[in-house]
Design a protein around this ligand. Sequence first.
Ligand code: FES
Length: 95
Amino acid sequence: MRLTVHRSADPQSPATYEVPEFEGMTVLDALHWVRTHHDPSLAVQFSCRSANACRECACLVDGSPAYICTVPATGEIEVRPLPNRPHLHDLAVEL
Ligand code: FES
């Protein structure tokens, strides 16, 4: 899949990554793959990771708000930080 990430703190933003897919992969999983293989400094918030309980992973996915731990990662996806919250770093915002 192709993942484009807009990072609030990075003047080089956005960056696009080709991420190998696996069954059941979510956008949060894809971002972790990017952190592991390209840039460990990429900031993304999460706690429960797929339990859809903490709601810390909210981002804009292809222009719509979503909890990225529940969005399947397939095809082409663009992720941005929520626009209506103060930005902390990259995809992390004040909750
Ligand atoms: S990581 Fe908790 S809702 Fe997504």
